[in-house]
Design a binder for this molecule. Structure first.
Ligand code: GLC
Length: 407
């Protein structure tokens, strides 16, 4: 029910976002919101903690400097920041989080084992950014909170972007790990970190094993490496490279660019996969522009689309299986007698948002697993920018800790 202006910093991939939202209070929703998106220079993703957080804080400073009058904090109040930090952390309160390990191509070694809220606060102090930063959440948790703010039927959230993960609302009795004080509601949010899920039943191929072995986090995030946006294009590249090496798929020699890791990105793969033109012109253009392969035949282009289709479908079906597992765990996978509860899943991330074939395959698979009767009561909702807004909302709900006179 808090009202006022809140900032959020959303760090979870190669781009980060800074938002400010104006809350009307009393469940009245958002009066206004503004955001900016900044990409992180690749060297900072594998550099030092001070460099990374320093760079981020400088961008927040710039964004705050552009604040219009209607976003100014009330007299006597500091600006308040919610921090969405979408990496695995050990969290015992909303005000802190110790980084367990980096994922998604980050490898800033001196942050592992450290409290990321402390790191961000230290950078803010160094750079002279005076904001109250006491709340840290994962993007899945932010998306769940943001979704539930407007729709009480939201039971889970799924991120399908650079990485993948899901969170859901669980009864506290079902969480043996939790030894802290019990919430009055009897419910708690569980961040599953499903990106790190592993089992021998996963349909891994030699391409996946090679990708994993050559990654900066071998043996980790296996589920994520076969589902999420950071990796799908790279899997396709590996398959095409093999076709070139062993079947002279692109002519006598292997196109040199095809050997460059991560050169083919998932958005490129998506463009090729959705090409509906009779001569598959978009596939031809991508092969030329990204991989320097000119004059590809129609036959070759068709095979490229088939490879994209296989890789995307596998990822989408596995993501649907994960979601089905959660629905099953919370008993939303069966038809109940009497009034049927609606279950809404808040989804976000570029892969879900932009890769239509992936999304369709995920939705179809979920229906297939649930059956048509139950499926009618399950709704997948696009939580646009849910994680950032959710962080701002969580900042708002804890804002009593942020009076200016406390500092
Ligand atoms: C990675 C992170 C996880 C995050 C997900 C989606 O899997 O480990 O914390 O939620 O990406 O951004």
């Amino acid at each position: 029910n808090e009202k006022g202006v809140f900032y959020a910093l959303d760090l979870g991939g190669t781009n980060f976002r800074i938002l400010r939202v104006h809350l009307k209070g009393e469940g009245g929703g958002l009066a206004a919101q503004e955001f900016t998106e900044v990409s992180i220079p690749p060297n900072l993703m594998v550099g030092t903690s001070d460099e990374l957080f320093g760079y981020i804080v400088e961008e927040v400073l710039k964004f705050v400097a552009q604040e219009g009058e209607d976003f100014h904090p009330a007299v006597g109040r500091k600006r308040e920041l919610g921090f969405t930090f979408s990496f695995p952390v050990m969290q015992t309160s909303i005000a802190s989080g110790t980084l367990i390990r980096w994922t998604k191509g980050f490898n800033v070694e001196d942050t592992v084992g450290q409290d990321v809220v402390v790191k961000l606060n230290a950078a803010m102090e160094r750079k002279g950014l005076d904001m109250c930063n006491q709340r840290q959440v994962n993007d899945t948790v932010g998306t769940l909170a943001g979704g539930r703010y407007t729709n009480k039927d939201v039971v889970a959230s799924v991120i399908l972007g650079t990485g993948t993960n899901a969170a859901y609302v669980e009864c506290v009795q079902a969480i043996p790990k939790w030894h802290g004080p019990l919430p009055k509601s009897g419910e708690m949010v569980v961040n599953t970190e499903w990106g790190n899920f592993q089992t021998s039943h996963l349909p891994l191929t030699e391409y996946d094993h090679a990708l994993d072995a050559e990654s900066i986090n071998p043996g980790e995030q296996i589920f994520e490496k076969i589902i999420s946006g950071m990796y799908l294009g790279e899997i396709v590249r590996r398959v095409l490279c093999r076709l070139a090496e062993e079947a002279s798929f692109f002519g006598g020699s292997v196109p040199p660019k095809l050997k460059v890791p991560f050169i083919l990105q998932t958005p490129d793969m998506s463009v090729m996969h959705h090409d509906m033109s009779p001569d598959l012109k978009l596939v031809g253009n991508k092969l030329k522009d990204v991989l320097d392969i000119s004059n590809s035949s129609l036959k070759v282009r068709k095979v490229v689309i088939e490879v994209c289709n296989i890789v995307a479908t596998r990822g989408a079906r596995l993501a649907a299986a994960g979601l089905f597992g959660i629905l099953k765990k919370i008993g939303r996978d069966t038809v109940k007698t009497g009034e049927q509860q609606r279950s809404v899943i808040a989804m976000d991330g570029g892969l879900f948002e932009h890769y239509t074939e992936f999304r369709k395959s995920l939705e179809n698979t979920l229906c297939e697993l649930l059956g048509s009767e139950v499926s009618e009561h399950i709704v997948i909702e696009h939580a646009n920018d849910g994680s950032g807004i959710g962080a701002a909302l969580l900042a708002a709900s804890h804002s009593k800790y942020c009076q200016a006179d406390e500092s």
